[in-house]
Every structure is written in structure tokens, then in C-alpha cells.
Design a protein around this ligand. Structure first.
Ligand code: GLY
Length: 399
């Protein structure tokens, strides 16, 4: 009898140990996907390690890696992805890789001929400074803000996106993303002027870029200030009046981030209006990864192509917006983001090891009207996907 009781006790103890061991091993889909992302992105880094001055960009039709120079608008994303993955793993190899790719975009802090310094320097140097506190990284963020500020026109109240004779003073909705760098630079330098520019840009964009249904056009061309004329167009979308999916994603992310920075209720209200447009759109597929343009027609009886990058950016933005919303709206945002992340982490979008030129996600669309980067991996899809996974962890949302 005594022997049987001892055996039962031992078996129960063993069961507890097995359960504890299994729960330590079973870290869930978010961790599994982050670990895969770390391996894949480290391999991506290895493929450019000996190509000094080159940065990952995409893959060609044969699945070969396509790279860019440091002056391409996406040059800072892989460094940023590596920083995020270093933050998650604390693996020094990822840190060394992130440092190397960050250094490769060093010159961009002085770029004044386009608005993309926020992407190029914010994602690379911004994350580098956040995680290391190194003064050299801090200086690059402030220098980049100084460069970006040269493109601000105080009369129109906005930062000029591109210098191209096709437009008078073009501002694209993507430009909202650069405002984070300006707000950060004001904090780091004590100079409030960067933040003042960011607020002016966000306020003016709110006035001119949006339609009554909450969708955004891609380009607003501001005419001569005296006549106050402006023209709404598209460059990467299906039509001037259409809702280009990544444009909606930049808008949602931009106003959510500007609410975090300023607590201005108008920005949260605008972010919620954009979220309502996206999530309530009759053409948003059930898995919530949008077509490359909400208004794009199908072709040969097939649906329009999906854009994983827009899905990843929207997911990350919705996760942050959920923290600024009351229930049950917050739950709506969390659930939508969870569906998007789960879809992107499924075999339909997630690459298999060593495939996809070592990018994490497949099926993004860069510039459909120019027939460029269609249904390919893109650095910014990976960056915002990893960011969304980290936000899922932070908010303890499982999928
Ligand atoms: N900023 C350019 C794009 O989203 O494609």
C-alpha cells in the first residue's frame, strides 16, 4: 500500500515536471515565427555581407536577391529588422549584422533631395540608438531631421516629398511616416522646431489628403501658395480616386503614431476613421490582407494581387491603436491584427527556410502601375511584420 502511494506520488511529480518542461519548450506561434525571422534575416545579411555599399531590396522572378544602393528609399529597413530581431534574441551576431547595415546608410542623414530620410535613418539609426544609447547613432537621427526640415515650406505647411518637374509641390501620404523621426529628434536635441514641423505637416495632410469616407489619396500636388489650389492624384495606386492599400496603411500608422507623440485627439480620431474605412471595406478579404489597391479590378477571372506589406503595416498600426481605444473597439483592432499576423505567418505568405532570397514574407506589391516589384518579397513588409510580432508579444496577444 505504502509502495503504491509512493509510486503515485512519483508519477504525479513526473507529470508536473513534464508539464513544466513542455510549457517551457512551447513558446507559441509568435516566438516560433520570430525565431524563424531571426534565422532568415541573418541569412539575408550573409548574402550581402561581402557586398560593401549594397543593401537588400527584393528578389527577381528567379528568386535571386536584388540589392540597392544606400540612396534607395528602402535602404534602412533590413538594418531595422535586424535591430528588432536583436532586441528579441539578444544574439550578438544579429547586433553585428545590424551595426554593419546601419553603417552602410550613414550618408543618408545628410540627404536633402527627398523626404525618405525618415525611413532610411529612422528605421536603422533610430532603432540603433533606442537599443544602444550610442551618441553616434543619436547624432545621425538629429542630422537626418535637420536634412528633412530643409524640405518644409512654412507657407504651405508641409514637407515636400519629391523633386520632380511632373509636380509643383508634391506631398504623398507616405510622408506621414517621416514625422516620427522629427518628433524623436526634438526629444534628443531639445530643439522644438522639428516637432513643430511634424505637427504642421500632420494638420495640413489631415485637411487635404482625405476623402469623406476616410480613405486617403496618394499624392497631393500643392500649387502656388497664393491661389491655394491643390490637385489629388495617384502615382502608385490604381486611379486618382482609388484607395491604394499601402497608402491607407501609411495613413493609419502615421496618425496612430502622431497621436502617441502628441495626444492630439484629432489624430486618434483620424486614425480610427481610417481603420473604419479599411476594416469595413466590402473588398477587404476575410483574412484581412488587402488587395494592392482596394479598387483594383481582377484580371483573367482572378482576384487582384494581395499586398503583404500593406497587411503588415496595418497590423502593426492596429496593435498600437488598440492601446488608445476603448473596448469593444480595442478588441476589434486586436482581433483584426491577430488575423492579419496569423495569415502572414501561415504558409500562404511566410517563406520556407532558405527560400525567398532569405526574406521573411512573400507576396508584396511595390509599384503596380510601373510593373515593378509585383508579387515579390520587400524589405518593409518584413520590417513591419517583425514589429507587429513584437507588439503582439508586448500586448500578450497569441495567435
Ligand atoms: N513610399 C513608397 C511606397 O510605399 O511604395
Amino acid at each position: 500500500m505504502k509502495n503504491a502511494a509512493a509510486k503515485t506520488k512519483a508519477a504525479a511529480g513526473l507529470l508536473v515536471l513534464i508539464t513544466l518542461f513542455c510549457s517551457a519548450c512551447e513558446t507559441g506561434n509568435t516566438d516560433r515565427t520570430l525565431r524563424f525571422s531571426a534565422k532568415q534575416t541573418e541569412a539575408l545579411y550573409q548574402s550581402v555581407r561581402n557586398q560593401e555599399g549594397r543593401l537588400p531590396r527584393s528578389a527577381d522572378a528567379e528568386g535571386n536577391l536584388v540589392t540597392s544602393g544606400d540612396d534607395y528609399w528602402c535602404s534602412g529597413f533590413t538594418a531595422g529588422t535586424l535591430w528588432y530581431l536583436y532586441e528579441y534574441t539578444r544574439d550578438d551576431r544579429l547586433k553585428a549584422a545590424a551595426e554593419d547595415l546601419t553603417r552602410r546608410v550613414e550618408r543618408q542623414q545628410y540627404t536633402t533631395d527627398n523626404h525618405d530620410v525618415g525611413f532610411m535613418v529612422g528605421c536603422s539609426y533610430g532603432n540603433a540608438y533606442r537599443l544602444t544609447g550610442c551618441p553616434e547613432y543619436r547624432a545621425a537621427v538629429v542630422n537626418a531631421a535637420r536634412s528633412l526640415a530643409t524640405r518644409f515650406d512654412p507657407v504651405r505647411g508641409v514637407i515636400r516629398s519629391w523633386d520632380h518637374p511632373q509636380w509643383h509641390f508634391p506631398v504623398i501620404i507616405d510622408n506621414m511616416m517621416n514625422l516620427e523621426l522629427l518628433c524623436e529628434a526634438s526629444r534628443l536635441s531639445g530643439d522644438p522646431s522639428f516637432r513643430t514641423i511634424a505637427l504642421s505637416h500632420a494638420d495640413t495632410t489631415l485637411k487635404y489628403h482625405f476623402r469623406p469616407d476616410g480613405s486617403s489619396c496618394h499624392v497631393v500636388d500643392y500649387g502656388v501658395p497664393e491661389d491655394g489650389a491643390y490637385r489629388r492624384q495617384t502615382h502608385q495606386g490604381y486611379a486618382d480616386g482609388s484607395a491604394w492599400a499601402r497608402g491607407q496603411a501609411w495613413a493609419l500608422y502615421g496618425y496612430t503614431m502622431m497621436f502617441r507623440e502628441t495626444r492630439k485627439p484629432e489624430y486618434r480620431a483620424q486614425a480610427m476613421k481610417i481603420a473604419r474605412f479599411i476594416l469595413g471595406h466590402p473588398r477587404l478579404p476575410a483574412d484581412k490582407i488587402p488587395y494592392w489597391d482596394f479598387d483594383a479590378p481582377g484580371c483573367d477571372g482572378k482576384e487582384p494581387l494581395r499586398d503583404a506589406s500593406a497587411g503588415a503595416i496595418i497590423a502593426s498600426a492596429l496593435l498600437e491603436l488598440s492601446t488608445f481605444a476603448e473596448e469593444p473597439l480595442a478588441e476589434t483592432y486586436r482581433e483584426a491584427a491577430k488575423t492579419q499576423v496569423a495569415t502572414l505567418a501561415s504558409p500562404a505568405y511566410l517563406a520556407t527556410a532558405a527560400s525567398n532570397a532569405h526574406f521573411i514574407l512573400r507576396h508584396s506589391v511595390g509599384h503596380f502601375p510601373h510593373r515593378s516589384e509585383i508579387d515579390v518579397p520587400l524589405t518593409y513588409a518584413d520590417y513591419y511584420f517583425v514589429e507587429a510580432l513584437l507588439r503582439m508579444k508586448q500586448l500578450k496577444i497569441k495567435f
